[in-house]
Design a binder for this molecule. Structure first.
Ligand code: TYM
Length: 341
């Protein structure tokens, strides 16, 4: 039965999450992260959560947070995450996330957080910096360490957060004895950074891309095709992979290749001497075909919020079993008394 509570298996664990900061995931989230989650779900014991606590770092209407949390979970499932094999849950439903974060934040130097490039970028772009945004990577470290996750499938932009997670795990283990598994990033080489269509030297982003620079996976197919056709390229007219010299064309090649499975060099040969018009037309077809099934499935899933909530409750139950055991080890390690009965 979908989402049924299961006991943890002996397979190595993977864990990842996304922030519910938009109604639709974009093609970067899908290609950079979600496709690798799907590819790993058979060989690992997977924990995939909606990072609703992280999303509170951005001031958002509570109704919108609720809607986007359900929508984000629904998109995991619509994309092919199997709730029988994977625990799909909300971060806030497993209270150990907030608890372990406090303990880890007492092991984190101010300077380590001040160095985080995502924090610096967000502040530079005018986002108001609350303390939650500043300590965001510590919460993320807690998310990962609670589950003894060995691999963390994410896009390139999360690499620095994974490095601080590893640093914190090693430091904690050295000071308090072996408590945490030190996780490895799982970042696919070419597709881990999908760029903005209008500004192909910047990553596509839910919070900073313009609507024309994005491909939302739940968007209307006509708009998706239009955005791809108006993607910024260059004046050369040659379909060639060269991320430095031709970032726009290279980005479209990566998107096509990731979704169609056709190697980039084969695409270069296929479009030789054809200019950008037919190339962009085919990229648009490939993207529209890839995301079309999502929209239908999402409508089905969101039309029954009670069923979705049931799946999330079952996922949280599975997650809690693992998180609570880790948290017991953490409490013991740092010297917190066990709660009396
Ligand atoms: P978030 O919500 O910004 O992004 C979700 C996932 O999508 C990847 N991604 C991209 N990949 C390729 N190209 C892009 N343009 C692109 N934009 C985003 C991200 O790398 C990510 O894998 N901090 C995380 C959420 C999080 C988390 C965690 C992840 C919280 N706790 C623990 C892993 C483990 C975030 O904000 O992702």
């Amino acid at each position: 039965m979908a989402g049924m509570a299961q006991t943890p298996t002996s397979r190595p664990r993977i864990l990842s999450g996304m922030q519910p900061t938009s109604d639709s995931l974009h093609i970067g989230n899908y290609i950079g992260a979600l496709t690798s989650w799907i590819g790993l779900q058979d060989d690992f014991e997977p924990y995939f959560f909606v990072a609703d606590l992280h999303a509170l770092t951005v001031a958002t209407d509570p109704e919108v947070v609720r809607r986007r949390t359900r929508l984000t979970a629904a998109q995991y499932i619509a994309a092919g995450i199997d709730t029988d094999r994977c625990a799909v849950f909300c971060q806030s439903h497993v209270r150990e996330h907030a608890e372990v974060m406090w303990v880890l934040s007492c092991q984190t130097a101010m300077g380590e957080m001040e160095r985080m490039t995502q924090f610096k970028d967000k502040v530079a772009k005018g986002q108001k910096a609350n303390v939650g945004l500043f300590t965001y990577p510590v919460l993320m470290a807690g998310d990962i360490l609670l589950y003894d996750a060995q691999r963390v499938p994410v896009g390139e932009d999360q690499r620095q957060h994974l490095e601080i997670t590893r640093d914190l795990a090693v430091r904690f283990n050295q000071r308090f004895g072996e408590t945490f598994v030190v996780p490895e990033p799982h970042i696919l080489k070419q597709s881990a950074k999908i760029m903005d269509l209008q500004e192909p030297t910047a990553k596509m982003s839910k919070t900073s891309s313009s609507p024309k620079g994005m491909i939302d996976i739940l968007d209307d197919p006509k708009r998706i095709a239009k955005n791809i056709r108006s993607a910024v390229t260059d004046g050369e007219g040659e379909v060639r992979y060269d991320p430095e010299g031709k970032p726009g064309v290279s980005n479209l090649l990566v998107i096509h290749s990731a979704l169609s499975g056709t190697p980039v060099d084969e695409l270069e040969r296929r479009f030789e001497g054809q200019g950008y018009g037919s190339f962009k037309g085919e990229v648009a077809d490939v993207v529209v075909d890839a995301v079309a099934p999502f929209r239908e499935r999402i409508e089905e899933l969101t039309s029954d919020p009670a069923e979705l909530d049931r799946i999330l409750a079952a996922g949280a139950e599975r997650a809690r079993t693992v998180a609570a055991a880790t948290m017991d080890r953490v409490r013991e390690a740092v010297g917190l008394l066990a709660a009396g009965v």
